[in-house]
Design a protein around this ligand. Structure first.
Ligand SMILES: [Zn+2]
Length: 394
C-alpha cells in the first residue's frame, strides 16, 4: 500500500491513450511514468486523473448548508466522495442569513485545514447571496436573504473562511457589480455569473471587471426568455467565460449540453451541484429548502407537488460522466477531462497536468462495464484513500 511519504506503484490503462502505463509515486507525487504491458482484457483497470467537483452542496445525507454542521460530517462527506473517484472538491455555501453563512464558512474552513481532509477540499464556493431576486433566476435560493453585493460583508466572510473562498457566484444585475467583481478578483477569488437576470451590457461589464465563469449555465434561469438577446447567448458567446454545467441528465437536455461543450471546448466544466440527498435510496424526503421532495429510481429529485420542478441534483460527477456518454454529448476522454483537468486548470490547481511526472499523485483506478464506471481505488497524494477491493463492513 502506498502512503503519502512512501513509494507506490500503480498499473493501469491510461484513459486518454488506451495504453498500459505504470505510475510510480513518492512523497505524494508522480515520480515516474513508464510504459506497461497488457490491456483491459488482461484485467488491467483504467487509470485517470482524480475528479474535481467545483460545485457540491452536500452528499449522502450530509448538507453543507444546514446547521448544526459538524467538522466530522464534512469529513464523512469527503470519505464518501473518495468512493466516487473525487480527489478534490469545493463545497458550495448558498444564500442564507449573514450569521449562518459565517458559521458554515468557519466550520468548513476548519475541515479544509484538518489532516483528515488530505487536502481534498480545495476551497469554498460561495453561491449567493448577491443573486437575482427574480423568481426563476433565483432558483431555490431564499428570497429573504438575497441582497446587493457588499464588499465589507464579503471581507468578513472571507475572514471567517480563513481565506478559503475561491469562487463567488453572483448576478451582475446589481448596479455596483463591476466594482465589487474587480475587488474580488484582485483578492484572488474567481467570480462566476449565475442565478442572473442581467442584460447584455451588465454581463459584458462583469466580464470586463474580471468574471471568468458561468455557474451551471442554462439553469437558474427564467422558464421563458426573449429569443435574443438573452443572458444565455451572451455568456455562451463570450470566450473569456468558462462554463459550468450540470450533467445529471435532468437539468439540461443533451442538445444544450452538446452546444455548451462545442462552444466552450476546453473551457467546459462538469459539476455535480449535488444536494444532500445524493447517494441515498429513492423515496420521499423532507428538505429545508424544497419541503416535501421525491427522489425517483432514475435519480430525478423533484418537488412532491410539482414533478416538473427539480429540487436539485443527486448525481455525483462519476454519474455525470456516464450520462454525457450515454446521451452522446462527447467522448469518454472529454467527459472525464471536463470533470478533472478542466476544473483544475480553471482554478490553477497543481493537478492541472493530470498524470504527468511531477504532478500530485491524485488519480483513480476503475473498471468500465459498458458505460458504467466502477471505482476500484482512489489515490490522493499517493495514498490509497478508497480501496473498493476491500469488503465494506456496512
Ligand atoms: Zn445554483
Amino acid at each position: 500500500m502506498a502512503a503519502e511519504q512512501g513509494f507506490g506503484i500503480f498499473k493501469g490503462v491510461e484513459y486518454c491513450t488506451n495504453k498500459p502505463i505504470i505510475l510510480k509515486t513518492n512523497n505524494g507525487r508522480i515520480v515516474k511514468k513508464l510504459d506497461g504491458t497488457g490491456n483491459n482484457s488482461d484485467n488491467l483497470p483504467w487509470i485517470a486523473p482524480g475528479l474535481v467537483d467545483l460545485q457540491i452542496n452536500g452528499y449522502s445525507g450530509i448538507d453543507f448548508n444546514t446547521l448544526p454542521l459538524s467538522f466530522e460530517s464534512v469529513h464523512k462527506a469527503t470519505e464518501i466522495l473518495w468512493k466516487e473517484g473525487v480527489t478534490q472538491y469545493i463545497p458550495t455555501v448558498i444564500t442564507n442569513s449573514p450569521e449562518r453563512i459565517e458559521t458554515i464558512l468557519e466550520i468548513i474552513s476548519k475541515a479544509i485545514e484538518s489532516d483528515e481532509s488530505r487536502h481534498t477540499i480545495a476551497g469554498i464556493h460561495l453561491e449567493g447571496p448577491f443573486l437575482s431576486p427574480e423568481d426563476g433566476p433565483r432558483g431555490a435560493h431564499d428570497a429573504a436573504y438575497i441582497r446587493p453585493p457588499e464588499w465589507e460583508m464579503f471581507v468578513k466572510w472571507q475572514k471567517a473562511a480563513r481565506g478559503h473562498i475561491r469562487i463567488l457566484t453572483l448576478s451582475p444585475e446589481w448596479q455596483n457589480s463591476p466594482n465589487f467583481i474587480k475587488k474580488c478578483v484582485e483578492s484572488g477569488v474567481k467570480v462566476s455569473i449565475g442565478h442572473t437576470a442581467a442584460n447584455s451590457e451588465q454581463i459584458s461589464l462583469a466580464v470586463k471587471a474580471g468574471a471568468s465563469l458561468s455557474t451551471h449555465l442554462g439553469n437558474g434561469a427564467h422558464a421563458k426568455l426573449p429569443r435574443h438577446p438573452n443572458y444565455i447567448w451572451d455568456q455562451l458567446a463570450d470566450d473569456r467565460l468558462w462554463a459550468g454545467m450540470i450533467g445529471d441528465g435532468f437539468h439540461l437536455p443533451a442538445s444544450v449540453l452538446k452546444v455548451i461543450r462545442k462552444v466552450k471546448e476546453s473551457h467546459t466544466i462538469l459539476v455535480s451541484d449535488s444536494v444532500n440527498l445524493a447517494g441515498l435510496s429513492p423515496g420521499v424526503y423532507h428538505t429545508h429548502v424544497g419541503g416535501k421532495v421525491v427522489l425517483t429510481p432514475e435519480g430525478k429529485l423533484h418537488l412532491a407537488e410539482s414533478p416538473d420542478l427539480l429540487a436539485g441534483s443527486v448525481k455525483s460527477l462519476r454519474k455525470g460522466i456516464e450520462n454525457l456518454i450515454n446521451m452522446g454529448v462527447c467522448s469518454f476522454q472529454e467527459a472525464w477531462e471536463m470533470s478533472s483537468l478542466h476544473p483544475s486548470t480553471f482554478l490553477g490547481l497543481q493537478t492541472k497536468d493530470g498524470l504527468k511526472v511531477g504532478s500530485p499523485a491524485d488519480f483513480v483506478l476503475f473498471n468500465r462495464n459498458k458505460n458504467e464506471i466502477q471505482v476500484i481505488q482512489t489515490i490522493k497524494n499517493g495514498e490509497i484513500v478508497f480501496n473498493g477491493l476491500k469488503v465494506e463492513k456496512n
